[in-house]
Design a protein around this ligand. Structure first.
Ligand SMILES: [Zn+2]
Length: 75
């Protein structure tokens, strides 16, 4: 534990973001590139989450995000 929150930059290789609206359950898959366009490469996942807005119901702030490895082996 370093105490430094991980940023998008730390996830670049082989990760994807899944986001689900806490209100209407609409879910989207977000690339790291897209997340970085929204919040910047130095943003933490929490910062990305706070900037996301549901396209379906307009909800903001209760969107859950999950980061997953896309299965390709890391080199
Ligand atoms: Zn929604």
């Amino acid at each position: 534990m370093t105490g430094t929150p991980l940023t998008l930059r730390d996830y670049v290789h082989g990760y994807r973001i899944y986001a689900q609206c806490g209100s209407c359950r609409h879910d989207v898959r977000l690339s790291l590139m897209h997340a970085a366009q929204i919040a910047g490469w130095d943003a933490t996942l929490d910062e990305v989450r706070r900037r996301l807005k549901c396209k379906v119901c307009g909800n903001r702030g209760s969107i859950a995000i999950q980061i997953v490895h896309d299965g390709r082996p890391a080199r």
